[in-house]
Write a protein that binds this ligand. Structure first.
Ligand code: FES
Ligand SMILES: [Fe+2]
Length: 413
């Protein structure tokens, strides 16, 4: 189906146009298996991909098994506390070492012929291998293949490509912008997972724009007014918006939890909504966070891993204490899931060409599509230009400074 060569600039004309002339992506980007495979190789197997949360790998000897693109990666913590990542393949005859998350103690062991590796990846055991010695065999030459792994806040990242810029370059100003939350201290309150019959990009795009809020989320729109949304965009591989002030509502649901201690005046009254390229959607409220990780399964299917986090100042809570917050998010999320699945069906069965983006509301999609085009067309990400943020002329949109001051709160009559 796909005749375009997506590694060249030609099919990206609508994306490379200026915002006011730009169009969305061709339907092939959402439904074509060839596009999907290329995207897995060029984006997910080269970029910094979120594969979990930092608390999952606090203990030495806990072994995580995560997909990165079409590859499988092992992540653990060494006895000295260092985070380690490896390809999930034995250096003897290439066997998958672990099938799923597990606790292994001090040795990563292949089930086939019991080769053993230390938590730093060094080959430590090759049973009976030297009964008849090989001409040359040095265990140091056969350690597990390392993979870059890092954490930022509560997020755990992996990157398969040694040439890709460092994680801190990829994140741009986000660590500085979100410094006041001290996210590395937040704890996981609960998790949920679901599968969505839609391309991963549709879910991210839907998250990035609030154009749809009045019609897809009529209840939410009563308290999260379009006029309270602003850009929250600096340099970095992300698309951000903020709701300032974030409102309470009749049901007292998303603000029912106690506020985090120590937030500055801006963070304390705002909701921050960041789509970090490519696969995490980070919603930070003054009292909790809701994190969605997107794992593409195929062009029309995405696994979504949802994690609720609370700040350290929040007392221990029961599952019931989270009911109102959970229901709020899942009510909104279900509305988003329905419309994304409907988009997928329309793209699959209609295949109409890409339409115009609304400059007022869909600028983040333009930015997102350009990041995608940058990764898809680059021979190497070593010279990837991390997009810049707004310049001073966009001050009225609140997005220019690291931590914009909230506007005066209008009292409803
Ligand atoms: S393939 Fe792993 S020990 Fe033989
Ligand atoms: Fe939505």
């Amino acid at each position: 189906m796909s005749l375009a060569d997506w590694t060249t600039q030609a099919p990206w004309t609508g994306t490379r146009a200026s915002l006011r002339e730009s169009t969305g992506l061709d339907p092939a980007a959402y439904i074509d298996p060839d596009f999907f495979d290329l995207e897995q190789a060029r984006v997910f197997e080269r970029g910094w991909v979120v594969v979990g949360t930092a608390p999952e790998v606090v203990e030495s000897g806990r072994l995580l098994v995560r997909r990165v693109g079409q590859r499988s990666v092992l992540i653990t913590r060494d006895t000295d506390g260092a985070l380690r990542g490896f390809l999930n393949a034995c250096r003897h005859r290439g066997t998958e070492i672990a099938e799923g998350d597990c606790t292994i103690g001090g040795t990563i062991r292949c089930p086939y012929h019991r080769w053993g590796y230390g938590l730093d990846g060094t080959l430590t055991a090759a049973p009976m291998f030297e009964d008849v010695p090989r001409t040359e065999f040095d265990k140091h030459d056969h350690g597990l293949v390392p993979v870059r792994v890092e954490t930022w806040g509560v997020l755990l990242f992996a990157c398969l490509d040694p040439d890709t810029p460092a994680l801190l370059d990829w994140l741009g100003d986000l660590p500085q912008r979100m410094e006041g939350y001290r996210l590395d201290e937040w704890r996981i309150q609960e998790e949920a997972s679901l599968e969505i019959e839609a391309n991963w990009k549709l879910i991210s795009e839907n998250y990035q724009e609030y154009y749809h809020v009045p019609w897809v989320h009529p209840e939410l729109a009563k308290v999260s007014r379009v006029k309270d949304h602003y850009r929250y965009q600096g340099a970095g591989m992300y698309c951000g918006q903020t709701t300032t002030p974030v409102s309470g509502d009749d049901r007292d649901d998303w603000l029912v939890l106690p506020p985090a201690d120590g937030l500055d005046p801006s963070d304390a009254v705002s909701g921050r909504f960041v789509a970090l390229f490519p696969n995490v959607l980070l919603s930070l409220l003054p009292n909790h966070a809701f994190v969605i990780r997107l794992d593409p399964v195929n062009p029309g299917l995405t696994a979504e891993q949802c994690t609720f986090l609370v700040p350290p100042s929040t007392p221990e809570m029961t599952t019931d204490d989270m009911t109102a917050t959970r229901e709020f998010w899942f009510d909104v999320n279900n509305e988003d899931v329905d419309i994304c699945q409907r988009s997928q069906r329309g793209l699959t069965r209609g295949r109409v060409g890409a339409g115009p983006l609304a400059p007022r509301f869909e600028e983040p999609l333009h930015r997102f599509h350009n990041m995608l085009a940058d990764c898809m067309t680059a021979d190497s990400l070593s010279s990837l230009a991390v997009p810049q943020g707004d310049d001073g002329s966009s001050e009225s949109r609140l997005g220019t400074s690291i931590n914009p001051n909230p506007p005066t709160i209008e009292m409803e009559p």
